[in-house]
Design a protein around this ligand. Structure first.
Ligand SMILES: Nc1nc2c(ncn2[C@@H]2O[C@H](COP(=O)(O)OP(=O)(O)OP(=O)(O)O)[C@@H](O)[C@H]2O)c(=O)[nH]1
Length: 588
């Protein structure tokens, strides 16, 4: 039950002083604390077991303690245990107290006695005593496996009983409710009519009893009860199948047996489910690595699993281990980031020049790079100056991209390694540190590589891509139109140039000689720059994939082995030697 599996239980509920404890002690043939006012202040689980030996065995269990007791002292022992659990006053607690009674002749029953329901707190009770008691009662009677033994005093109107109201909340048609009517001796008038009218819907029927009163012995009480229901002019008219403690005991044993039959398959299933879940949890617990072989096996297992997981999510686009964690669908996330990088490069190099400044920058560079030489000869330096300016404009983008990508990969790698090494606290710290070191190294390599790439683009211009010539020819085809607009002052000063839109050429009319060269320079740069941007994205993609392959297939293993070796944190002597051998073999 502590594991959340409900077992069939007979739960005794009733208004305060209705006689619940008296019924239980009559069934068990032992003394329980009885009296006016609240006596039962904690759930009392009573396990009655028919016992062959004439010597009874009685124990109290609570808070992990087992206290043997005997028939004479049982009432005091329960009162003392109740005080220990719920304090000395009149407060209550939901911590249960278990009473095990192994005694010859008692029915094999397990029942729970609960505090009686009271609406008005007495002196020393908290104001919310009703809510506290209701909560405990509801907790016990709500499970479908519970049979509700509703104890009603013959002297009260059943329809006004609080315990009936509560049991009807969870068992509307009374299918699992049995009523025990106590104090039949005190209020015999109209009892037959009350139990036959069944105004309160009790599905399992009524049993009327007379409990032990005062200092009577159990045998005396049973004999007096039998005589009462035999001879009393009103009570003797009630069917014999509805009166007396022995009838109640027999009914309860039958009910308990039938409910066990009904619930057992489900209980077995729940226990098996729970067992498998617990076994699974247990397998996840940190393992004790007691020998070199065990430590090496664990280490290799963690590494193997982590590598396979990373291979799946970083390279093979298989997400079965993280179906709902989008962040771990790495190939898709990396592709998205690469697309964003490409967009960023494009937007960083968008022409910011206004239509009135067309070719102004090119003319300036041409003038600054001219030398003594033949006219109409495009100086290469002018082209390189323009190229360097362009590269400068996008300089930060590849570095930012590399930073972003490796931060993301670091999170992924650390998460995967943590997942696989959580069970091995001896390893997890070193493994995490190794992962962080490794990603930092890989990031540094990427930054160095980007630095080279950017420098190479700045240094010189080259492509063998035929698209360059095609694009250049298309752009240059517009040269005639532009030059005409520049030369012919009678024409409107605006002309449309593909890729640049409507441009103003009025400012070029004073500088006609150099315009042709400037146009040539601009068109060459436009055609070439497209190639440069594409090359930067393509190379970055290949570099990234290459780095990831290396990380997963060799760097990770090597880094982790070296880290564990360097710090010798595996928690067993001799592991270091084995690691050394293994490290050598991996290197080999
Ligand atoms: N005459 C008579 N008195 C009874 C009978 N059953 C119980 N009593 C008395 O009623 C009083 C209350 O009985 P308990 O058994 O303590 O009642 P309870 O419902 O367990 O009380 P709480 O747990 O404190 O709510 C005691 O004084 C009992 O002796 C009965 O059948 N006949």
């Amino acid at each position: 039950m502590q594991e959340g599996i409900q077992l069939p239980t007979i739960v005794v509920v009733g208004d305060q002083s209705s006689g619940k404890s008296s019924v239980l002690e009559s069934l068990a043939g032992i003394s329980l604390p009885r009296g006016q006012g609240i006596c039962t202040r904690v759930p009392l689980i009573m396990r009655l077991e028919n016992h062959l030996s004439p010597q009874p065995e009685i124990f109290l269990e609570f808070d992990g303690k087992v206290l043997p007791t005997d028939e004479e002292n049982i009432s005091n022992a329960i009162s003392a245990a109740t005080e220990e659990i719920a304090g000395h006053g009149k407060g209550i607690s939901d911590t249960p107290l278990t009473l095990i009674v192994k005694k010859k002749g008692v029915p094999d029953l397990t029942m729970v006695d609960l505090p009686g329901i009271t609406r008005v707190p007495v002196h020393g009770q908290p104001d919310d005593i009703y809510e506290q008691i209701s909560r405990i009662i509801m907790e016990f009677i709500t499970p479908e496996e519970s049979v509700i033994l509703n104890v009603l005093s013959a002297s009260v109107d059943f329809t006004t009983c609080e315990s009936i109201r509560m049991s009807q909340k969870v068992d509307k048609n009374g299918e699992r409710t049995l009523a025990v009517v106590t104090k039949a001796d005190k209020a015999p008038e109209g009892l037959l009519e009350k139990v036959t009218a069944d105004d309160v819907n009790i599905g399992l029927g009524y049993v009327c009893v007379r409990n032990r009163i005062g200092d009577e012995s159990y045998d005396e009480a049973r004999a007096l009860e039998a005589t009462l229901f035999e001879t009393h002019p009103l009570l003797s008219t009630i069917s014999k199948s509805m009166v007396g403690i022995p009838v109640l005991a027999q009914r309860l044993v039958q009910i308990q047996a039938s409910i066990i039959v009904k619930c057992l398959p489900d209980i077995v299933r729940k226990i098996n489910d729970k067992l498998s879940a617990n076994m699974e949890d247990m397998n996840k617990l940190p393992k004790n690595l007691g020998s070199v072989a065990e430590a090496m096996t664990a280490f290799m297992h963690v590494l193997g699993c982590a590598k396979e997981s990373l291979r799946k999510i970083l390279i093979r686009a298989e997400f079965d281990e993280y179906p709902d964690v989008l962040e771990m669908h790495c190939t898709a996330r990396l592709a998205e980031m690469l697309n964003q990088y490409s967009d960023q490069l494009q937007s960083n190099t968008k022409e910011s020049e206004s239509k009135h400044n067309f070719l102004r920058d090119e003319i300036k560079d041409l003038e600054e790079t001219k030398a003594i030489g033949l006219p109409n000869f495009l100086p290469r330096t002018a082209f390189l100056v323009q190229l360097q300016k362009k590269v400068k404009g996008i300089y930060s983008a590849p570095f930012e991209f590399v930073d972003k990508i490796w931060n993301y990969i670091e999170n992924v790698v650390v998460r995967v390694l943590k997942h696989h090494s959580d069970n091995y606290p001896q390893l997890s710290f070193s493994i995490r540190r190794a992962a962080l070191n490794l990603v930092a190294k890989k990031k540094k390599q990427s930054i160095d590589w980007v630095m080279d790439i950017v420098e190479m683009e700045k240094l010189t211009d080259y492509t063998c891509n035929p698209e360059y010539v095609t694009a250049l020819n298309q752009l240059m085809a517009q040269q005639g139109k532009v030059m005409e607009a520049v030369r012919d002052h009678g024409m409107p000063p605006e002309v449309h140039v593909n890729g640049f839109g409507q441009v103003d050429v009025a400012h070029l009319r004073n500088n006609v000689e150099i315009v042709q060269e400037a146009f040539d320079l601009k068109m060459r740069m436009t055609a070439y720059w497209k190639i440069v941007l594409r090359r930067m994205v393509d190379c970055m993609a290949l570099h990234l994939l290459f780095s990831l392959q290396n990380l997963v297939n060799k760097d990770l293993e090597m880094e982790i082995i070296q880290s564990c070796w360097a710090h010798r944190e595996m928690d067993c002597s001799g592991c270091s030697t084995s690691l050394l051998l293994w490290r050598r073999s991996v290197r080999g």
